[in-house]
Design a protein around this ligand. Sequence first.
Ligand SMILES: Nc1ncnc2c1ncn2[C@@H]1O[C@H](COP(=O)(O)OP(=O)(O)O)[C@@H](O)[C@H]1O
Ligand SMILES: [Mg+2]
Length: 262
Amino acid sequence: MSNHTSDTLYVEGLSKTYGEGSTAHEVLSDVSLEVHPQELVSLVGPSGAGKTTLLRCLSGLLEPTSGRVRLGDRPVSKPIEDIAVVFQDYRGSLMPWMRVAENVTFPLQGKGVAKAERDHRAQEALEAVGLGDAGNKYPWQLSGGMQQRVAIARGLAYEAPILLMDEPFGSVDAQTRFDLEDLTLRLRRELGITIVLVTHDIDEAVYMADRVVVLGGRPTRVLETIDVGLGDDRDQIGTKENHLFAELRSHVLNQVRHNPAI
Ligand SMILES: Nc1ncnc2c1ncn2[C@@H]1O[C@H](COP(=O)(O)OP(=O)(O)O)[C@@H](O)[C@H]1O
Ligand SMILES: [Mg+2]
């Protein structure tokens, strides 16, 4: 698989209000952040903070109320080919009547990729997530963890330099979650992609990231951006035993606790 390097992704003064008049609800207020090429940035905040809202704005699927998103000097005001998304709920995003391979390839149809190339990319992406034999199965024949790997494969097959992931490891057991986290770190390195990972899990945010953007408050804003100086080689036991990891997670936890959303 090939993924070319992208420009920096900028979020500038982004606010989002749902509804109007007396039912208006300002979810995000003046959020600014940057994601550099090949970085992994975690966006962490409590449930209901507006993480999915922010990610949808980053992908061009949702229009902010004010502020903007741009990739280099190009505005992201609709979905673009440079940005792939792994949605929050794989159960809602995999089509039960489509085989696994078709689930991986169907976004490529919209991108105008020819059938032979689509099939080739699907197989490569499924192999990358350890599901090279599952293309002919239906999603419901796979475990939850495998279905999440299919959703990740679909994001990879799109061959976008930027992958936005919305709580992609939710609703699986802890061991599967750790495996999926490490799989993502490995693929990210191999493919040189930029990843924005949305999560409410503070350990996961720190473990995965080069930088953590802490979201909180009411309405939600950026509370802090933290450089995670844990190096490139992470492992589930060693990294999490590191005193720096413990300090970072306590720091983020305190921020989130003292600035609750909702
Ligand atoms: N389409 C929508 N219309 C109205 N309110 C919404 C919509 N989507 C999300 N919300 C509200 O915005 C807030 C943030 O939601 P969301 O972005 O899903 O948060 P998170 O992903 O952090 O859990 C919640 O209060 C939610 O109810
Ligand atoms: Mg969400």
